[in-house]
Design a protein around this ligand. Structure first.
Ligand code: FPP
Length: 284
């Protein structure tokens, strides 16, 4: 175990009631850079440091799956120079991080329309996914050229095709079958969705999968999102009572009330950060 991994263990949230799957909408790279008088791409570059920290932390803390929304279908509408800069950053991340992910025993998968990606990125992704396919630790799922409505339509198309070919009876169409045709097939649904930068929207992200997720919106811009803030987010999740539409019993209610009353009010997770905020020491 590395020095950084040891310090991460000290930050680790409680082991009970850990979210199995955390999904993050990484937002605010551009504004983070602008605040510092820098071009937007600088924010994306620094965003990768935050990605590295969060992946390592989630893996050390025993999270089963971590989904990161790196590039949406809608992001294709950004200026060409920014789009190609983001793909260059992604390429560098994959090339640089492959070995480290293997060392951390992290499996890689992607969701989204890979056919639209630059050939080099698509190849790097395919190779990295296959290189890490035997890893048995955390699954890192990256949304690239991803839009949830398209994913849902693709699932419908694939089922409709099965019906046409006679391999699926309309009566057999249920949630399990539908989910098995989504890009996330086999992953548990996210328990916790975090969106940074103060925006409180879902933005076409995992619309089917987040039906019962807890949401956490933080004003922190993505490049400032560090392991300490991540641990706070998980701790806040652990204080929530998830009811899945049912009524909690008295014991559960009492525990939620006491958790809520003892919750710290002034965490970094809920503080907007300014240009003077220092990066995390853990970002090696
Ligand atoms: C949102 O900030 C960020 C993106 C659209 C790109 C995210 C990409 C990375 C962090 C780099 C690569 C990712 C991985 C997984 C290695 P924004 O540009 O929308 O910021 P703004 O809302 O302030 O304009």
């Amino acid at each position: 175990m590395t020095e950084i991994e040891r310090s991460l263990q000290e930050l680790a949230p409680a082991r009970q009631n850990l979210p199995r799957h955390i999904a993050i909408i990484m937002d605010g790279n551009g504004r983070w850079a602008k605040l510092r008088g820098m071009p937007r791409v600088f924010g994306h570059q620094r965003g990768v440091d935050a990605v590295r920290g969060v992946v390592r932390a989630a893996s050390v803390w025993g999270i089963e799956a971590l989904t990161l929304f790196a590039f949406s279908e809608e992001n294709w509408g950004r200026p060409r120079a920014e789009v190609s800069a983001i793909f260059k950053i992604l390429n560098q991340y994959i090339m640089k991080e492959r070995e480290e992910l293997k060392r951390q025993n992290v499996r890689l998968r992607v969701m989204g329309d890979l056919t639209r990606l630059p050939e080099q990125t698509a190849t790097l992704i395919r190779d990295a996914v296959s290189y890490l396919s035997e890893c048995s630790g955390m699954t890192l799922n990256v949304g690239i050229s991803y839009g949830s409505r398209s994913e849902i339509i693709n699932s419908c198309r694939s089922i409709a095709q099965g019906v046409r070919e006679g391999t699926i009876e309309p009566d057999e169409i249920d949630e399990t079958l539908f989910e098995s045709r989504l890009d996330t097939a086999g992953l548990p649904d996210p328990d916790l969705v975090i969106r940074t930068s103060g925006e409180q929207r879902v933005s076409n992200f995992m619309l089917w999968q987040i039906s019962y997720a807890e949401f956490l919106f933080s004003p922190v811009f993505w490049p400032d999102f560090n392991e300490e803030i991540f641990a706070e987010a998980i701790t806040e999740f652990q204080r929530r009572a998830r009811r899945f539409g049912k009524i909690p019993d008295e014991t559960e209610l009492a525990s939620v009330r006491s958790n809520r009353d003892s919750a710290p009010v002034d965490t970094k997770l809920h503080q907007a950060q300014t240009s003077s905020s220092a990066p995390s020491d853990l970002h090696a």
